[in-house]
Ligand binder design. Structure first.
Ligand SMILES: C[S@@+](CC[C@H](N)C(=O)[O-])C[C@H]1O[C@@H](n2cnc3c(N)ncnc32)[C@H](O)[C@@H]1O
Length: 331
């Protein structure tokens, strides 16, 4: 039987067991990474999948950097660099390894200095969502790195905070826009279920949208008294927007299957055209929950032009669904 080439999937440290289960056929794993056979599908727990990497082993920073540089030069022979390209160096969640990774990156730059024009076009950090060509390097330990020219990015990234945002949750919805590929626009309407203290509402209002914040709790910070945010003190499970809204935001602290059922209702009723929904999986198996999300029973995926499930950079024991309904499903 032909052996498939593995890929190195990167996740938030501590969530490797879920990623390994999701990826299947795991060959190895460590803090923040899983090496598994690649089946070309998007993984909720993978922030980045480094596709078909080569494995480099070397005892010193210089030798490791040399291996990466040789690989880069070798695979650049027929390459034309005209536009910005992603250059990504990252390390497993092992004490001291991030510093070593920076040293390897510095030494790499020293070795490819004759390609100054090419390196000038490099964009550091996590690439935008989707499959990209660039150079992706990941240190799993002090003497071992994986390097590849292609990677699939899930869209997760660290977001910048806003001092007026009333909660850290603000960062999640900001991150989810990148996963969906769009954000609320001026004049659009948003229903925010489980809105308090108002981080998500504040984020939409900041972009010029009009928000109905549904929660019995109080709004705070930049959401409190915000002229673009109306507060409705009522039960989110009994709320129906009239007329339908452009966006459903839902960050309810409740049992995830109950929240998923609420989303099913909204999608089936066409009460929104886009949604960002957070499911707090807590002690529930997130893989079973994911299966449910994409199942025919809920019918959500069938009604969506885009449906992405991600364990965000800013998520904890929760996952985030970002979706847009099909055109004929949009009201
Ligand atoms: C994690 S917090 C939401 C944080 C919010 N997204 C933010 O950015 O600040 C969860 C909220 O869900 C609300 N909640 C839970 N059950 C609810 C229900 N049935 N109806 C309305 N709000 C509810 C809680 O009052 C709480 O404020």
């Amino acid at each position: 039987m032909r052996q498939k080439t593995p890929s190195l999937h990167i996740c938030q440290a501590g969530f490797e067991p879920f990623l390994a289960k999701e990826a299947g056929s795991t060959l190895a794993k460590g803090p923040g990474w899983v090496l598994a056979e690649d089946d070309q599908s998007e993984l909720c727990f993978a922030h980045l999948s480094i596709l078909k990497p080569i494995e480099l082993k070397a005892a010193t920073v210089n030798a490791l950097a040399g291996g990466v540089a040789d690989y880069f030069l070798r695979t650049s022979v027929d390459e034309r660099y005209e536009t910005p390209w992603p250059l990504y160096f990252e390390a497993a969640a092992v004490e001291g390894l991030k510093a070593r990774c920076r040293s390897v990156e510095d030494a790499f730059h020293g070795r490819v200095s004759r390609m100054a024009r090419v390196i000038k076009l490099a964009q550091n950090g996590r690439p935008e969502i989707g499959e990209r060509r660039g150079l992706f390097v990941y240190l799993t330990d002090f003497g071992r790195a994986f390097a590849a020219r292609r990677a699939r990015a899930g869209g997760q990234r660290r977001m910048a905070d806003d001092p007026q945002a009333p909660s850290r949750s603000f960062l999640k919805v900001e991150e989810a826009y990148g996963v969906l590929g769009e954000a609320p626009q001026p004049g659009q309407t948003v229903a925010d279920l489980g809105a308090a203290p108002g981080g998500w509402s504040y984020s939409a209002a900041k972009r010029g949208a009009r928000v109905l914040a549904v929660d019995n709790g109080p709004l705070k910070g930049g959401a409190s008294g915000n002229p673009s945010i109306k507060h409705a003190e009522q039960d989110a499970f009994k709320f129906q927007p009239r007329p339908p809204v452009d966006w459903l935001f839902c960050d309810l602290l409740d049992e995830p299957h109950k929240v998923l059922e609420l989303l099913r209702l909204w999608v089936e009723g066409r009460w929104c055209s886009r949604f960002i929904v957070n499911l707090k999986f807590g002690r529930h198996d997130p893989l079973l929950l994911l299966r449910e999300v994409f199942s025919e029973r809920t019918g959500i995926a069938q009604r969506c032009a885009i449906l992405r499930a991600r364990h965000l950079f800013h998520d904890r024991e929760e996952l985030t669904l970002a979706g847009r309904l099909r055109a004929h499903e949009v009201v």
